[in-house]
Design a protein around this ligand. Structure first.
Ligand code: GLN
Length: 287
């Protein structure tokens, strides 16, 4: 092997420049640091201490290989196999949607509407990596939380995450929305279903994630409509439905919830101030 005179610091600088230029990554420096920590098996502190070292040829090759994958568009979370979501670190694979910071608003909305003073039965439909169910379980240890997905591969990831986080009391069920739940009723139904229109140009940047977690018929509203229509049969009186949706879907989603019999229907913005989460309550006495 030829002697590689390049230092880790030099490689990081060059890699950051390539990532910023070719992928327009706005946090290229942090992404490169995460790639380096992943490939070399270092913590951030160890990385700072290792910084002046000359790169071993094998490490250089491994770093170039992961950088090439990142430059080809593979999401960072899939390369390093994990993503942060609220207070949690979650394992992710190509079988699940990568948790988005915007979805934390969905969890925060549920937590604001239902306090810790009472025990609750909650269901997260289409849980993917388990992000929503597990963040709720972490914040409300006394709640009974069920999470569904129709993808067995996604459920395997979610179960792994629950075990790794010590949240083994969350129940996972293979189900297409409510299909396998019989007449079970809950206090809260929460979902981040697919809601992107099949023609949306934004999908071109999302080819590494499962299409069934992203795309829905009827301008992205088909699954939101199915969930809203079925939710009253699975909620106790006074219970709530909370869904994530596209920033331009606030109005149609509010209409879907109102048509399904929900009241106090309201939309909350995401971190960028755009419509993202709509919720409604089922009146007491609703059949
Ligand atoms: N918010 C995601 C995106 O636009 C989509 C998530 C979803 O369809 N549920 O990248």
């Amino acid at each position: 092997m030829a002697d590689h005179a390049i230092t880790l610091a030099e490689w990081r600088r060059a890699a950051t420049g390539r990532l910023a230029r070719d992928n327009a990554a706005d946090n290229a420096e942090a992404e490169v640091r995460w790639l380096v920590e992943h490939v070399l098996g270092l913590t951030t502190t160890q990385l700072i201490l290792a910084e002046p070292n000359t790169l071993a040829a094998g490490d250089h090759e491994r770093l170039e290989a992961v950088l090439a994958r990142r430059l080809s568009g593979v999401p960072l979370a899939q390369i390093i196999g994990r993503a942060d979501f609220g207070p949690l670190e979650l394992r992710v694979t190509p079988d699940v949607l990568i948790p988005r910071a915007d979805t934390e608003v969905l969890v925060e909305t549920v937590l604001a509407a239902f306090g810790a003073e009472r025990d609750r039965d909650v269901i997260d439909l289409g849980t993917g990596s388990g992000a929503i169910a597990l963040m709720l379980a972490e914040a409300r240890p006394a709640w009974q939380i069920t999470a569904t997905d129709r993808s067995p591969a996604a459920l395997a990831v979610a179960r792994d995450n629950a075990a790794a986080l010590g949240l083994g009391h969350v129940t996972f069920i293979e189900s297409d929305w409510f299909a396998s739940l019989g007449d079970q009723r809950f206090d809260v139904v929460v979902a981040n279903p697919p809601y992107i229109d099949a023609e949306d140009a934004h999908l071109a940047a999302l080819t590494h994630e499962p299409r069934q977690a992203l795309v829905a018929a009827d301008h992205g509203l088909a699954d939101l409509a199915a969930i809203a229509a079925a939710a009253p049969r699975h909620l106790r009186p006074g219970g709530g439905l909370f869904v994530e949706h596209g920033h331009d879907q606030g109005e149609p989603v509010r209409a879907l919830l109102v048509a399904a019999g929900f009241s106090s229907v309201a939309t909350r913005p995401d971190h960028a101030g755009r419509d993202r989460v709509t919720g409604g309550l089922l009146n007491r006495g609703h059949e």
